[in-house]
Design a protein around this ligand. Sequence first.
Ligand code: SAM
Length: 269
Amino acid sequence: MIINEDAYMSLGKEKTTLKITLKLGDCLKVMNEISSESINLIFADPPYNVSGKKHISVKSGKRVVLDKGPWDKFSIDEYTRFSYEWLKACKRVLSDYGTMWISGTLHSYPTIGFLLKRLDFWIINDVIWYKPNAPPLLSANRFVPSTELIWVASKNKGYFFNYKLAKKMNEGKQMRNLWKIPATRHKTKHPTEKPEPLLKRIILIGSRQGDTVLDPFMGSGTTGVMAKRLSRSFIGIEKNEEYFKIAKQRIKKTKVLENEITLGLVKWV
Ligand SMILES: C[S@@+](CC[C@H](N)C(=O)[O-])C[C@H]1O[C@@H](n2cnc3c(N)ncnc32)[C@H](O)[C@@H]1O
């Protein structure tokens, strides 16, 4: 059963005042402060565990060891344990009608997919985010990585999913799970900032105005910016102080586009 906008209204949910809560700290600890089943939508962009000697990247035309930061370095066992813990914490706080969206690449999504099943989540979709402008490969030995996978999961089969709106955003045709959204120039110095159009789409389809969105790995605050702009309450958690300050500033500066959030006026991406 999919709960659309009309049915969701009849569940008796009242619109609340917009509330933005930003927490500096480890999401495993901070999530203990969040009430059970209080979150409508979770977007998680966790460490992908791609940093370290095994992974080569290109910087200014030169081959370099990929290093996103200490937060992205785990042994496979540590990574599995950590992922299990934060997914379990997310399950507790997610509403029965809520959805959780988790981005990843081939380095992380097998682990996350396995754990979603292990934790008895209902897997709704795997969205393939295709980046047509992904940078070229220096090593001529494989295909150019140009996708990320976004798991979409819920606690059961009755979840809020704005199917009609997704169709409208896709010029009246059913929206497919292949999303072509270019990577955008970063607005901050965070190494893995997500494009705002990606979050806009997720938030519009996975929640409605007044709902509460949680991002346990807030980074530069992209989810918070789009949540606030689209009139959703937001809880963001980030353990790195420098990134936390960047996110706070960015979200503070963001204006709520209340008048734009009518079906006809939103510019779809
Ligand atoms: C992939 S980045 C998220 C980027 C974000 N989506 C954006 O658009 O800027 C992951 C972030 O999670 C933070 N992080 C890693 N482990 C964490 C933890 N246990 N608790 C809270 N934040 C964590 C890192 O410092 C990093 O900024």
